[in-house]
Design a protein around this ligand. Structure first.
Ligand code: MG
Length: 363
């Protein structure tokens, strides 16, 4: 049976697994939920009106931690398979001691190949659980200053010039915009954006430019358009080309698709100025912290990014935002059916809830 066939066989809307933890029964409830997008979301990779995510509730000792996994299509992940993968190992999760969550996560990481979004969902639920048990917000557990998080950008997906102008006008409350480019409409997109705003802009090419010469030409042109940073100009494997590009441009270039896990980072030094870390790429907070440490050790700056996620995933990432240089945590603002309230944004500033754990409340 393939993983997909297994996933289809696992039919019920939600499954509850009894646990055997020393401190009383633990349960893991998983479900697939659909996030509705405010606008059709288009990047170089895909175009859609909704995204399916894995939701997870881990309960032990009377406390429930919440997690969310937003699987990334580029890495051939989807919510149904993510859920099936966790369901298949749920008894080993519910029988473990959640106070030893780091050990539990290491075990899950070694047993479960891929499925990074599923791992992220479990990781954030355990962090939410431990914070609630200790009665402290996750940022405090980690020793961080919530006021130190950089301002977040707000992303504008690829669209017609008319819709792009409207989206930029709707984003009036955000001082920093991230513009998605990388198709053959880059000039028209930037012209539309600049016709309605003079804000500082960031650009994400999502691997859309194919040659190093094209990347240099585009990046230097974007600098003249008031762009202060460009993300993933070339396909992820073209790291030597990026080394050449970096020598010929002046604004920082950030690796996103080229930077998934801690082991990817050392070879990026010199080819990029920084890396974009996403919980859904690396598998959660614990792994993201490792990536931050590795990146710092080789002199790379750090951006914290996201997928289309609800406030569950975005709030989990926001708790470690004080550790990074650039923040792009806006996935929850792009959807219309957020199930919870967590981190909020005021003029681009992330405002973290001071409640214990992730600090989530029902929307
Ligand atoms: Mg990106």
């Amino acid at each position: 049976m393939t993983r997909r066939q297994f996933a289809c066989a696992a039919a019920p809307a939600s499954l509850v697994y009894p646990g055997h933890a020393a401190q009383g029964a633990s349960t893991l409830v998983t479900e697939v939920a659909r996030l509705q997008l405010r606008h059709t979301w288009t990047t170089t990779m895909s175009s859609s009106n909704h995204r399916d995510v894995l939701r997870l509730r881990y309960t032990s000792g009377g406390v429930t931690g919440q997690g969310e996994g937003a699987p990334i299509v580029r890495y051939k992940e989807d919510a149904v398979a993510a859920r099936a993968a966790l369901d298949a190992i749920s008894s080993s999760i519910t029988s473990a001691d959640p106070w030893k969550f780091s050990k539990l996560l290491d075990t899950v990481f070694s047993r479960l190949p891929g499925q990074w979004a599923a791992k992220a969902a479990l990781d954030m639920a355990l962090h939410d659980w431990v914070g609630q048990k200790l009665g402290v917000p996750l940022y405090r557990y980690l020793g961080l200053d919530p006021d130190a998080a950089p301002i977040t950008s707000f992303s504008i997906g690829i669209d017609t010039p008319e819709v792009t102008r409207r989206k930029v006008q709707e984003a009036a409350a955000f001082p920093l915009l991230k513009i998605k480019v990388g198709l053959d409409t880059d000039e028209a997109t930037m012209e539309a954006v600049r016709s309605v705003t003079r804000k500082t802009l960031r650009v994400d090419a999502n691997e859309g430019w194919k040659t190093k010469e094209e990347a240099v030409r585009k990046i230097n042109w974007l600098e003249s358009q008031g762009v202060d940073l460009v993300e993933q100009p070339l396909p992820a494997h073209q790291i030597d080309d990026m080394r050449w590009v970096r020598g010929k441009v002046h604004i920082p270039v950030i690796a996103d698709e080229a930077s998934l896990h801690p082991a990817d980072i050392p070879k990026l030094a010199g080819a990029f100025d920084g890396i974009n870390i996403k919980l859904m790429k690396c598998g959660g907070i614990q792994e993201a912290l490792r990536m931050i440490h590795v990146a710092r050790s080789v002199g790379l700056k750090v951006m914290l990014g996201c997928m289309i996620e609800s406030s569950i995933g975005i709030t989990a990432a926001a708790h470690i935002a004080p550790l990074v240089d650039y923040v792009d945590l806006d996935g929850n603002l792009l959807i219309s059916n957020d199930p919870v309230r967590g981190v909020t944004v005021r003029q681009g500033k992330l405002v973290l809830p001071s409640r214990p754990g992730l600090g989530l409340t029902p929307a």
